[in-house]
Design a protein around this ligand. Sequence first.
Ligand code: AP5
Length: 215
Amino acid sequence: MRLILLGAPGSGKGTISADLVESYKIVQISTGDILRNAVASGTELGLKASDYMKRGDLVPDDVIIGIIKDRLKEQDCANGFILDGFPRTLAQAEALKKMLADMAITLDSVIELQVPEEMIVDRIANRRTCSNTSCQAVYNVKSKPSKIEGICDICGGKLIQREDETREKVERRLKDYRDKTSPLIEYYKNEGLHSAVENLDIAKAIAGVKKVLNG
Ligand code: AP5
């Protein structure tokens, strides 16, 4: 199973990926998680990405494309993968198409998660993320609280708000989604791969995604 989860910031890509990883025994490749990990570890990639991420801007295409090219070659991708947060521009989509052709593999599906923008700002304001960069589990104070307030159920790490979660930065990220990422909907419709699933209720959204994947 190889799929792309497409959707605005806070549309539920990470939350739904966590379920699919368990259900289909595939890996989640989240460019956001990879970048946050790199920033926290102070690697060369982290230094390149940090300022863009703090502003809520997209990291340059060449940096992201290089990350995915290396990641897809890793052994654990052989069983299938979810691309969460990639591609986000037409240039990234074209690069991915070439990469997959070179590896002689194809995508099964591109699923767009649809959520009204006014709900997104609220969800992100209430999101908490595990600060342990090898975990980064996602919670929500309202809709998915941890068992102990401020502590990750999985690894016991401290739950934090991300630096890009202020209203101003979320609005900036939403604008980027409208301008640069939403054209991918038409792109993947033309490729015959696109389906849309509404994420108003998490259980229903997961069921909707699985219905698409199971044909
Ligand atoms: P990234 O980490 O990818 O951020 P994002 O796409 O903006 O997505 P989010 O992680 O904010 O949200 P999500 O869709 O995963 O939603 P979640 O499941 O958490 O990227 C961060 C930054 O990295 C970018 O801004 C950019 O700088 C850089 N970057 C990354 N990839 C890049 C690329 N390809 N090119 C260039 N730059 C790149 O859900 C949100 C909240 O809602 C959670 O609290 C969850 O519990 C809750 N929730 C989910 N569904 C429901 C529901 N149905 N009901 C109630 N609550 C719900």
